[in-house]
Design a protein around this ligand. Sequence first.
Ligand code: ZN
Length: 211
Amino acid sequence: MNAPNHHPADETLGRFAAGAIEAGPRLVVATHLAGCPQCRARIRSFESAGGVLLDSMEPATLRADAFARTLAQVEAPAPATIVPAARDAAMPAPLRYYDLPKWRAVAPGVRWRRVVLPEAPDANVIMLKVGAGQRMPNHGHTGVEYTQVIAGGYTDAFGHYVAGDCIEMDEDVEHIPLADRDGDCVVLAALEGPLRLQGWIARLFQQFIGI
Ligand SMILES: [Zn+2]
């Protein structure tokens, strides 16, 4: 596996720029880009590299103006897919434009809510709020999990992550995140791929929305 980093992988940024990433991970990466000049510059560097990256991708997924459109969307999300007014100004863009339901308790010290994407209602996107010093359930993944830390921080066997960090976790990895002791940890997480009835996020969906 690739060791989790604090930013999306280059391959992920490339897919994002090319529009070749699913809606859930796309929102996680877009939320990261909104607060990470380093990754926005990385995407621009792909563009200035003269299409080397683009050449390695599926032609059908590419459009000549993909990069420009992507950066424009990060800075001003497309009005056709989201509500026009900020719903929760405390959330980072573009997440603040989505209708976020109330938090629901799922375990002691752990609350969650599903983020419904109007552009992809079936996308597996959730937010978790884990109380200070609380552990999240031990879990593996049935697909690559993309996590953006919105507030607070957590530690697992691979490192310590704080607000603004983006973590990609391969599907064969199990980890036990522990929230920092100085406050709630809030994360946005998306799974790539169709919903599979395995894994802890899938169990959340089964339990709470009856899939
Ligand atoms: Zn970054």
